[in-house]
Design a binder for this molecule. Structure first.
Ligand SMILES: Cc1cc2nc3c(=O)[nH]c(=O)nc-3n(C[C@H](O)[C@H](O)[C@H](O)COP(=O)(O)OP(=O)(O)OC[C@H]3O[C@@H](n4cnc5c(N)ncnc54)[C@H](O)[C@@H]3O)c2cc1C
Length: 269
C-alpha cells in the first residue's frame, strides 16, 4: 500500500516544529521514519502534515554536571559507537546495538524510539533503568519529564502532541557502574520478545524490563537482595523469583524475563 496524501514541512527550527504541531492536530513529527513510515504505508497513521525534523541541530552529545545529554536526533548507530556514550552511558550503547539491523540503526533516532514508546523497544527500557529524563519543547516552553512519568501505555507517552522531544538526559556512569542489556529475539535483528536492562554500582541497583507489559516496567525492587550481600546462588534465585513476580501476567514472558535478569546479573558480576 501507499501512504495517504500529506503535506511535508522541512523544518529548520524547533520553534517552527512546535508552531506546525500546534497549528494542526493532524501534524506529526518525522525523525528517522523507521517506525512512522511503515505505519504510513499500512495506513495505520494518517497525518495531514509530516514535520521533518532531520534538518534541526539536535544531535549533540555532552556530559554536563554528571549528566549525559544526548540530542533527540542522535541515530542508534552513533549511540552504539560514540566514545562519550560508551564511557558515560554504556547501557544506551548496549541497548542501541540490539535495535533491528544496521540499516535501521543508521536512520532511527533516540528521540524517535523514546517518543514512539514501543513496549518491546530497548531504548525506553534503558532510559527507565537509568532513571533518566527527556526535555520536551512545546507552545509553553520547555519542560523535563522523568522516565518514570513518561511511558503511559502502548505507543503512548506523556509528551503532548504539540511538543517536540529535544533531548534525552541520563546520569553519567561512575567508576563502579556496570551495566548490561540482555534480550531474547527469535532471530538476530528481530524485535525482542523481552529484554532486561540492568545498572549496578557500589551503592545501588536499577533495572527495567521490556516486552512484558504495554510499557517498560521498573523492576529495580526485584534486585534489592543484591545490596549488601555477596552474589550467591541463593541471592540469584531470589532475584529471579522476584523478577518473575514483578512480571506476572504472562507466565512465559515472566519466566523469560527472570532468565534474562539472571543473565544480566551474571554479565555485570
Ligand atoms: C525492520 C525494522 C526492525 C526494527 N527493529 C527494532 C528493534 O529491534 N527495536 C526497536 O526498539 N526498534 C526497532 N525498530 C524501530 C526503530 O528503532 C525506530 O528507529 C524507532 O522506533 C523510531 O525512531 P525513528 O527516529 O525512526 O522515529 P520515526 O519513525 O520518525 O517516528 C516514530 C514516532 O515518534 C514520533 N517522533 C519522532 N521523533 C520525535 C521527537 N523528537 N519528538 C516527538 N515525537 C517524535 C513520530 O511522530 C512518530 O509518531 C525497527 C524498525 C524496522 C523497520
Amino acid at each position: 500500500m501507499k501512504p495517504p496524501p500529506f503535506e511535508l514541512l522541512l523544518a529548520t527550527s524547533v520553534a517552527e516544529v512546535v508552531g506546525a504541531l500546534a497549528a494542526d492536530d493532524g501534524a506529526k513529527v518525522l525523525a528517522g521514519g523507521q517506525s512512522l513510515v511503515p505505519l504510513l504505508a499500512l495506513r495505520l497513521a494518517r497525518p495531514t502534515v509530516l514535520v521533518d525534523v532531520n534538518g534541526l541541530d539536535l544531535a549533540g552529545i555532552e556530559v554536563v554536571d554528571g549528566e549525559v545529554r544526548i540530542g533527540a536526533l542522535v541515530r542508534h548507530r552513533r549511540l552504539e559507537r560514540d566514545a562519550t556514550v560508551r564511557a558515560s552511558a554504556p547501557l544506551l550503547a548496549q541497548a542501541a546495538a540490539l535495535v533491528g539491523h544496521p540499516a535501521i540503526r543508521h536512520r532511527g533516532t533516540l528521540g524517535g524510539s523514546i517518543a514512539h514508546a514501543d513496549p518491546v523497544a530497548e531504548l525506553p527500557a534503558a532510559l527507565l533503568a537509568l532513571g533518566g529524563s527527556v526535555v520536551v519543547e512545546g507552545p509553553d516552553g520547555r519542560r523535563t519529564i522523568r522516565a518514570n512519568q513518561l511511558f503511559e501505555g502502548f505507543l503512548t507517552t506523556s509528551i503532548s502532541p504539540d511538543e517536540l522531544l529535544v533531548e534525552v538526559r541520563v546520569p553519567a556512569a561512575g567508576p563502579s557502574t556496570r551495566t548490561a542489556f540482555c534480550e531474547w529475539a527469535p532471530r538476530v535483528g528481530d524485535f525482542a520478545v523481552a529484554g532486561v536492562a540492568l545498572v549496578l554500582d557500589d551503592s545501588s541497583v536499577r533495572a527495567a524490563v521490556c516486552g512484558v507489559a504495554t510499557r517498560p516496567v521498573d523492576i529495580s525492587d526485584a534486585f534489592a537482595p543484591l545490596m549488601g550481600a555477596p552474589l550467591s546462588d541463593a541471592v540469584v534465585a531470589e532475584v529471579a523469583a522476584r523478577v518473575r513476580a514483578a512480571c506476572a501476567g504472562d507466565d512465559d514472558r515472566a519466566e523469560l524475563a527472570a532468565l534474562l535478569a539472571v543473565r544480566a546479573l551474571r554479565e555485570v558480576a
